[in-house]
Design a protein around this ligand. Structure first.
Ligand code: ATP
Length: 342
């Protein structure tokens, strides 16, 4: 079966900038995919190409196996069956909630029923006659979602859907959006530059940088086996140590550590802070020199006798004593990549 979406080698240039640079992406039907990348990496441009609002200089796009974009073909946005929810929701301010939701539906005997069904799915039953300005930000977003889902699109795309929301509301709204998309059995792309949001929300994460998709995998795989140092640094904190790899092991200031994959020569050894366990010990190899306390956990900064500085993420009950020695034990994944020379 064809994937719901297949983008192959898409490129879109603007004067002096290549916003999308040979990006390829596949989304299976029913998958919630987070498109994650730093500001300016080309996420919005890619969505606009998929929606048909803009045309690429090269590459092809298929929706459910049908070519909608190629050098010879451009299916207009309204015939792609792709829904798009903009960051600022873009509701029609002069139309009621139900008229907003009805907008993309053909008129007919089933229209009112479908509107009611959609309002029920997003938890807004009874609010159909309200105007958009009479709703909270989270409610407006649900109307935008209901409007995009109402025609039953093959793919729905949400551009930074949570960025306008108060951080305190964000997690609840995120869960709600996930529930609605799952309930509708939707195939969705959710754009975000927040790695925690991407990992907690999606079945798969596609990491985009400099106009390309660098890796597309499940969240746990992305965190544990990032494809490069650049990806590892973008998805969470990381310690980087210089080392020398000799096959399945690497020698560095922490000793000889085994690796998951073969590597030879100068290496960047990548260790997540939570993989470093600490025990207070006068014979330990490092001194505690600083800490950031977050409540659910804390990060302890360490200085080794060699001058190496690393940070360790430990539970909130660990007692931080500046200047005191600790034994540092490694428990968890260690990755190594050829040295970047930094
Ligand atoms: P953000 O997360 O900040 O919204 P993004 O990842 O969505 O960023 P894009 O908006 O796709 O990134 O922009 C990618 C690059 O293309 C940027 O350098 C941007 O300035 C440039 N760009 C986007 N649209 C245009 C345009 N219409 N004309 C010229 N340059 C553009």
């Amino acid at each position: 079966m064809s994937p719901a979406l297949r983008c192959s080698n898409l490129t879109r240039r603007f004067a002096g900038v290549t916003a999308v640079n040979g990006a390829s992406l596949e989304v299976e039907s029913g998958t919630l995919l987070a498109l994650l990348g730093p500001s300016g990496c080309g996420k919005t441009t890619l969505l606009r190409l998929i929606a048909g609002l803009d045309r690429p200089h090269a590459g092809t796009i298929e929706v459910d196996g049908r070519v909608v974009e190629s050098a010879a073909m451009h299916v207009p946005p309204e015939r792609r069956e792709v829904g798009l929810v903009f960051q600022e929701y873009a509701l029609f301010p002069h139309l009621s909630v139900e008229d907003n939701v009805a907008f993309g539906l053909s008129r007919g005997p089933n229209q009112a029923g479908r509107v009611e069904e959609m309002l029920g799915q997003v938890g807004l039953e009874g609010l159909g006659t309200r105007m958009p300005h009479e709703l909270s930000g989270g409610q407006q977003q649900r109307v935008a979602l209901a409007r995009a889902l109402a025609p039953g699109p093959r793919l729905i795309m949400l551009d930074e859907p949570f960025s306008n929301l108060d951080p305190a509301l964000r997690e609840g709204v995120r869960r709600e959006v996930r529930r609605v998309l799952r309930g509708a059995n939707a195939t969705a792309i959710i754009v975000t530059h927040d790695q925690e949001e991407a990992m907690s929300l999606a079945d798969e994460v596609a990491v985009m940088m400099d106009g390309r998709i660098l890796q597309q995998v499940a969240p746990t795989e992305l965190y544990r086996r990032p494809a490069s140092r650049q990806v590892a640094e973008f998805v969470g904190d990381i310690n980087v140590i210089n080392g020398r790899a000799i096959g399945r092991a690497v020698v560095c200031d922490l000793g000889t550590i085994s690796l998951l994959d073969d590597l030879y020569g100068p290496a960047d050894v990548l260790i997540r802070p939570e993989a470093l366990q600490l025990t207070e010990d006068q014979g330990g190899q490092a001194i505690q020199v600083g800490r950031s306390f977050y409540g659910h956990d804390q990060k302890i900064n360490l200085r080794f006798d060699s001058g190496l500085r690393l940070s360790s993420r430990v539970g909130p009950t660990f007692v931080f004593r500046p200047g005191t020695r600790v034994r540092v034990q490694l428990s968890g994944d260690v990755l190594a990549f050829p040295s970047s020379g930094e």
